[in-house]
Design a binder for this molecule. Structure first.
Ligand SMILES: Nc1ncnc2c1ncn2[C@@H]1O[C@H](COP(=O)(O)OP(=O)(O)OP(=O)(O)O)[C@@H](O)[C@H]1O
Length: 565
């Protein structure tokens, strides 16, 4: 068989862009994108994407150019996931919640040639550009005007397409659609390894890093996620996960593969989500654990009329939050991934026999991150020093490493950073976990967040997950506080629920400590408790532990251990 080699009929470059053409053929008259009172069909979405791609190509944007988008989950954002790479360019989504200085740094780092700017982010982008050095080239600006924009209360926002608001902009998004060619022959990648996406990490542990993914990697993660979640044909998908964050875990492409309907929304809170679930009979949605917490603990929490599947990832979901969310009728699947993997690559694959367990035990099992998805080649937990797999005992800590087709090509302009995390055939995640005897892994911490107290490793995630069971606790983060005797001790930062279900008095610091003492080994119990109105978060909703660690460090001698801020 040695003479049988790859040949043109069997080796066309893998790319998820072809999903769109197929969706237009199969689901042409079915809804693709719904936003307020606007509905597009798959044939319209296909044609709009080709038109925008052709307009970009006419403007000289092509292979290797970086095109940025600063927009929330509106239809143009969905379309640009196809339109930008269809003209050969690399799509770079930028988080709308970043400050102008960071946006300016990212735009320059990515060498962006054109930026699609949502009307609500106009001031942010113009300020970011004003911070460019005078000699540097300015990207072209295209305005995504949105006359349908409403605020959280449903009030119409000022019309964004007025000509005075277009100053400094090359044109509007809709004008690119109008003048574009619907028969444009989109630019197929010359190789499946061609770059397609540039995404920046959340910046939770250090400055954001520019992650580059190729067509092959995005194809692989998009299909893999559909299989892992058993997404059926034509789901109704509510966009509660920002597309600017890891491309919404690659669902823009996956939904085209199955002809799903995207329900777009600009901003959301629990009331808006419950309203849209009812209005559109939503079947699927994604969200970080903070979204699950918002849906299940606020005043708007309500039992669902029909089950909704929700995928959570991005941070460890406490078992108590999983339990509360499922009791409302959500079916939660828990996954783990990084910007560097373009989406979820480990998930808590559910076994039918677990359904017979009590709800609390089910939630404990579901809080584990799980096993590799089918398209991943290998996932391991390895000893930090020897690099050998740790014992499968559920307690020996090691670093999570992985390999598979959706691991990034590398960090843009950062060969050192790339070499540091991609070595010996593995991608090193920087996450610390254990392997259970049944082959399911569980994250215990990020390597930077582990607390070492009296020589014992304390998993901040484990202490947090116990504290989430305290009925008055809204959010909690546990970090290391320096201690002369123990080296470090756990310090808990806690925000309390506004609505404590009729219970008036907030728990005292002593009660919080007592709560922990009866539920965990004493070396893990926080020696310091700090109450805060709100915990600081990154623009992707992750708690910024490095800021809390700094506060803990500056708190002085641990004589008065309990404090309130
Ligand atoms: N299910 C999960 N459970 C626990 N942690 C998770 C889970 N999913 C993702 N994470 C965490 O999120 C990280 C990936 O997040 P992301 O790629 O958004 O950037 P970041 O790591 O937050 O930012 P930076 O790399 O800039 O510090 C993982 O490394 C892991 O620490």
């Amino acid at each position: 068989m040695d003479e049988l080699k790859p040949s043109p009929p069997n080796s066309s470059p893998l790319t998820p862009l072809g999903f769109l053409e197929r969706a237009a053929t199969v689901y042409g008259d079915c809804p693709s994108v719904i936003y307020n009172d606007t509905t597009y069909t798959w044939s319209q979405t296909h044609s709009r994407c080709l038109r925008v791609a052709s307009s970009l190509a006419s403007a000289g944007i092509g292979r290797g150019y970086v095109v940025s988008v600063v927009a929330p989950n509106v239809p143009a954002m969905y379309e640009l996931h196809f339109a930008v790479p269809m003209c050969g360019a690399v799509l770079n989504n930028i988080n709308t919640r970043l400050d102008a200085r960071t946006v300016s740094v990212l735009l320059r780092h990515g060498d962006s040639k054109l930026i699609f700017v949502d009307a609500q982010s106009r001031a942010l982008v113009l300020e970011a550009l004003s911070l460019f050095p005078p000699s540097s080239d300015r990207p072209l600006l295209v305005l995504i005007a949105d006359d349908d924009a409403v605020d959280e209360l449903g009030n119409q926002l000022t019309s964004s397409s007025s000509s005075s608001g277009n100053v400094g902009f090359w044109c509007t998004y809709e004008s690119l659609v109008e003048k574009g060619n619907p028969d444009f022959q989109w630019i197929r990648p010359a190789s499946e390894w061609d770059p397609m996406i540039l995404n920046y990490t959340s910046g939770t542990t250090s400055a954001p890093k520019g992650v580059v993914h190729c067509h092959r990697g995005i194809f692989s993660i998009a299909v893999d996620t559909l299989v892992d979640w058993a997404v059926p044909k034509q789901p109704v998908y509510l966009w509660t996960l920002p597309m600017f964050h890891v491309n919404g875990w690659s669902f823009p492409w996956g939904l085209a593969a199955v002809g799903g309907t995207s329900i777009c929304l600009r901003k959301f809170d629990a009331a808006a989500i419950y309203h849209l679930i009812r209005r559109h009979s939503v079947t699927h949605m994604c969200g970080a654990p903070v979204v699950l917490n918002m849906l299940s603990s606020g005043a708007d929490a309500e039992p669902l009329k029909h089950p909704v599947k929700i995928m959570t990832a991005g941070a460890p979901p406490p078992a108590a939050v999983l339990f509360r969310t499922e009791s409302l009728g959500f079916e939660v699947i828990h996954g783990y991934g990084l910007t560097e993997t373009a989406g979820v690559v480990v998930s808590c694959a559910w076994k039918p026999q677990w359904n017979r367990l009590p709800a609390g035990e089910r939630a404990q099992l579901k809080a584990r991150q799980g096993v590799r998805t089918v398209a991943m080649t290998e996932v391991e937990v390895v000893d930090l020093e020897s690099g050998a797999p740790v014992r499968r005992d559920g307690s020996t800590l090691g670093e999570i490493v992985l390999r598979g087709g959706c691991v990034m090509l590398g960090y843009l302009k950062d060969p050192e950073g790339t070499a540091k995390c991609m070595r010996g055939g593995w991608f090193y995640t920087g996450d610390v976990g254990v392997m259970h005897p049944d082959g399911y892994l569980e994250i215990k911490d990020r390597s930077k967040d582990v607390i070492i107290s009296g020589g014992e490793n304390v998993s901040s995630v484990e202490v947090e997950s116990v504290l989430y069971g305290q009925p008055a606790v809204n959010e909690v983060a546990v970090v290391a506080r320096p201690d002369e005797f123990w080296g470090e001790t756990p310090c808990a930062f806690v925000s309390l629920k506004a609505n404590r279900g009729g219970q008036q008095a907030p728990p005292t610091e002593k009660e919080i400590v007592e709560y922990c003492r009866s539920r965990m080994p004493h070396y893990m119990v926080p020696k310091t408790v700090v109450f805060k109105e709100e915990l600081p978060k990154t623009s992707t909703g992750k708690i910024q532990k490095h800021l809390l660690r700094e506060i803990a460090k500056q708190m002085g001698p641990p004589s008065s251990r309990i404090s309130r801020m």
